[in-house]
Design a protein around this ligand. Structure first.
Ligand SMILES: Cc1cc2nc3c(=O)[nH]c(=O)nc-3n(C[C@H](O)[C@H](O)[C@H](O)COP(=O)(O)OP(=O)(O)OC[C@H]3O[C@@H](n4cnc5c(N)ncnc54)[C@H](O)[C@@H]3O)c2cc1C
Length: 599
């Protein structure tokens, strides 16, 4: 049997596009997913067990980075889901969207392509979801919504989204504090203007308070669609190429994979069919490089015969960087209790199973996106923008690793980012409140108390890194260098975020529940102290993008605006790796929808 579409990776982008393509019953669609179907694990479906799913090494690729020069030579871990549903099986289910102007930047970078703008994308955002408006209880706890930016069409929308059943008191206190510090109240964090605070919607089914992963949305109800075949525990090794007459005719003929019994198998793509690579920001360039598509010198060094020299594959890697400030609190109810008191945790889990209430029914958080005006003082900001502009060439060259076209692409991205920074529209940080401890210190090494944590996550990094194979062995992880914090504006924004996080913990009404800072710790006084501490603790927020960037070829792009790989006849990429330019949002809401526009 030959398939019309072979989708590599049954994750967020992959399952969405496979489902949409298989709506046409004349087309045979095959999905090959390396991980298992994990939908029946409570660590996956119970919202309050977020985090536990990541601990299953079988569900997490947990990719190691190379030692990070700017982070005290630490090796960081980049989590990524390894299951049907991909990263939506282990992610935090936060479901808002970014700033309009940041989506527009994707179009601008692509010769002003109007299909990659907020206005063009919004109908697809709406098409992708079945949104449940907040009920009275949820509204009383701060959940708001704007009907115009959500989807309610049960026939077409598939991702269940809405609000949870348990809200912590400190979320309200924190939102009030943030408003006092200049954050407007958000009518809806999905409305394209997230410089505000509100309660984030979640990719949750509010009817039964369970996670709605990409598998829940796009596979479970369709498992018996005859032309939609999904193989789990099937790890793709490489794409196979038809014998070609001319160099411009490189055509995928099939895919080689290792099945659940460790046997190597081949599946064929039909004449006129396509291979769609959706293995994620790290998995996708790896599959392409193993197939001979990438920088020829890197491929040869790894022992792979080049088929197409495409030097930007695996480059332009951007990731969000996570940091925290936390404090002891006099509040009794925080999620620390779930670790401090096993009997309480058991009682709460029973509550979830009995009637979907209690701490484990909690999902989304109060969050807000900070603008430059929230974190920089004017003179500091002017100075750092000026310096960044003067060094555009320097950083574009440094971050493009000897690839002159990509240097132009990175320079174009930086120019746009700096323009948006100047108009207060490049929103550099997500701030959100965890009702409990979050941070770098293990449970055993911190005081057994209750905490509040303000997260500060760098969402608009200018640094760019790379991921490449260094072996032809498909089971070896690639060599990943995100080059975190190479650009000084990234460092300054993240230091500013910690100062703002501290201020949030100690300003009323949050100050009424504050019992002293734990981290960074009051001995960290100056910006330099904070920066030094951050270098020793920050972690990946595992929102990696950009390694198969949708950019024009003359800017070092890998795919065009129809997501076709330059130089290949019938191979597209549908996952977060195509995002050319980071945005101030979690990513799933973007991916559930974009991936099917090509159908
Ligand atoms: C821990 C965590 C928390 C996050 N929290 C949020 C959040 O709260 N909100 C939000 O919007 N975003 C969040 N994100 C980000 C978001 O989930 C991802 O950006 C998004 O799911 C990526 O989609 P994707 O299609 O690019 O890749 P994925 O969904 O990761 O899919 C890639 C799939 O390809 C498979 N694969 C890889 N290699 C192969 C191979 N060789 N053969 C076969 N299959 C292969 C993988 O197993 C995986 O299933 C989080 C991510 C993580 C990891």
């Amino acid at each position: 049997l030959a398939y019309d579409y072979i989708v590599i990776g049954g994750g967020t982008g992959g399952l969405t596009v496979a489902n949409r393509l298989s709506q046409n019953s004349d087309k045979q669609v095959l999905v090959l997913e390396a991980g298992p179907n994990a939908e029946n694990l409570q660590e996956v479906f119970v919202p309050g067990l977020i985090g536990a799913g990541q601990a299953f090494t079988t569900l997490n690729w947990a990719y190691p980075t190379v030692p990070q020069t700017n982070l005290n030579n630490r090796t960081l871990t980049i989590n990524a889901g390894k299951a049907l549903g991909g990263s939506t099986v282990i992610n935090s289910m936060i479901f808002p969207r970014a700033e309009k102007e940041q989506y527009d930047a994707w179009g601008t970078l692509n010769n002003n392509d109007s299909s990659w703008t907020w206005n063009a994308l919004l109908p697809y955002f709406r098409k992708s979801e079945i949104f449940t408006p907040p009920n009275e209880f949820q509204q009383a706890n701060g959940a708001t919504f704007d009907r115009n930016v959500h989807g309610f069409d049960e026939e077409r929308g598939r991702v269940k989204s809405g609000f949870p059943n348990f809200f912590y008191q400190q979320w309200t206190l924190w939102r009030q504090t943030a408003m006092g510090l200049g954050f407007p109240a958000s009518p809806d964090l999905g409305n394209g203007s997230p410089h505000a605070v509100g309660v984030a919607p979640a990719s949750i089914d509010p009817a039964n308070n369970t996670r709605c992963s990409a598998a829940c949305a796009y596979y479970t109800d369709f498992a018996d669609r005859p032309n939609f075949t999904v193989l789990t525990n099937a790890t793709v090794i490489r794409i196979l190429w038809a014998v070609q007459e001319r160099e411009s005719d490189i055509t995928a003929s099939g895919v080689e994979y290792i099945d659940a019994n460790n046997e190597t198998r081949v599946v064929n793509v039909s004449r006129g069919g396509e291979v769609i690579v959706s293995a994620g920001t790290i998995g996708t360039p790896k599959v392409l490089e193993l197939s001979g598509v990438g920088n020829s010198s890197i491929l040869q060094a790894a022992g792979v015969k080049p088929v197409l020299d495409l030097p930007s594959v695996g480059e332009n890697f951007a990731d969000h960087v996570h940091s925290w400030a936390n404090a002891f609190t006099n509040l009794n109810i925080t999620n620390d209790l779930l670790s401090l008191d096993p009997a309480f945790a058991e009682q709460q889990l029973n509550l979830w199973f009995e009637n979907r209430t209690g701490l484990y029914s909690s999902a989304s958080r109060s969050l807000g996106i900070a603008a430059p005006s929230n974190i920089f003082n004017q003179s500091e900001f002017k100075h750092i923008l000026k310096e960044s502009e003067e060094k555009l060439d320097y950083f574009a060259t440094l971050l493009s690793n000897g690839n002159p076209l990509l240097a132009r692409g990175i320079q174009a991205q930086h120019r746009l980012a700096l323009d948006l920074y100047r108009s207060n529209k490049n929103l550099p940080l997500e701030m959100n409140l965890s009702p409990g401890y979050s941070g770098p210190t293990s449970f055993a090494d911190r005081p057994a108390r209750t905490y509040n944590t303000v997260h500060s996550v760098l969402y608009a990094p200018l640094s760019r890194g790379k991921t490449h194979i260094s072996s032809s062995d498909p089971l070896m992880p690639p060599t990943i260098d995100p080059a975190y914090w190479t650009h000084p504006l990234d460092v300054a924004a993240q230091v500013g975020g910690i100062k703002l996080a501290r201020k949030m913990l100690t300003t009323g009404p949050m100050s009424s529940v504050y019992e002293g800072e734990f981290e960074p710790g009051l001995d960290k006084v100056t910006d330099q102290d904070i920066e030094n501490w951050l270098r020793s603790v920050v972690k990946s927020d595992t929102h990696e993008i950009g390694t198969m960037a949708m950019l024009p070829q003359e800017l070092g792009g890998v795919v065009d605006t129809k997501l076709r790989i330059y130089g290949l006849k019938n191979v597209r990429v549908v996952d977060a790796s195509i995002i050319p330019f980071p945005i101030s949002a979690h990513l799933v809401s973007t991916f559930f929808h974009n991936s099917f526009r090509q159908t």
